[in-house]
Write a protein that binds this ligand. Structure first.
Ligand SMILES: [Zn+2]
Length: 196
């Protein structure tokens, strides 16, 4: 079993209904949503999660998100690292379909449970393949803006959709689907907020 299975994102530092894509790659039903169960949180923490999830929704349903996913470049090619042999369009479609490995219905919904914990380590968040739950460390969560939480949440959800990345840092790792899509959520969330 791969290392991330046990401690995915251990050092994650720096740091909608089914969608149809026709032969012209046109989005026909962009009804994407989130369904998040929140555990071990007070009201303020829940508000931050909801704000982050709504930012993700705004970005994932935008034309700009589609454009940037389709044009993501790695090693001189329009591709992601650790892409499971999938094209950028196929990855975009998987995000829109929202079919988690453990909940494979194509319901265009981010189905996830989030539980907070506190630990004086550099662990920001983690998950395991056998659960729909992700854990977030309040050491970071409580000082993070909703945009940073959105980045982290999207990263973890990409694991729920079956994407992985190298355990150790490398300059290539940021092109893996979880890292690259998380960073894209962060970048486009900032633009979304500034355009308001
Ligand atoms: Zn990860």
């Amino acid at each position: 079993m791969l290392e991330w299975s046990f401690f995915c994102c251990l050092f994650f530092v720096v740091t909608s209904c089914s969608i149809l894509v026709d032969h012209n790659q046109k989005v026909l039903a962009p009804m994407w949503n989130h369904n998040i169960q929140m555990l071990n949180m007070d009201e303020l923490q829940k508000v931050k999660i909801r704000t982050a999830a709504n930012l993700i929704k705004s970005v994932v349903t935008s034309e700009e998100f589609k454009k940037q996913i389709l044009n993501h470049t790695y090693n001189g090619q329009k591709a992601f690292k650790d892409n499971k042999g999938l094209s950028n369009l196929e990855i975009y479609t998987i995000i829109q379909e929202g079919a988690e490995t453990l909940s494979p219905e194509k319901n265009s919904t981010m189905d996830v449970e989030i539980e907070l914990f506190h630990e004086k380590t550099t662990t920001i968040g983690y998950t395991y393949p056998h659960t729909g739950r992700v854990w977030m460390n309040t050491k970071y969560f409580d000082r993070y803006t909703p945009i940073l939480v959105a980045d982290n949440l999207m990263h973890e959800w990409m694991h729920k959709l079956g994407f992985e990345h190298e355990f150790k840092w490398s300059r290539h790792r940021e092109h893996s689907v979880p890292y690259a899509v998380g960073y894209l959520i962060k970048k486009l969330s900032k633009q979304h907020l500034h355009s308001k």
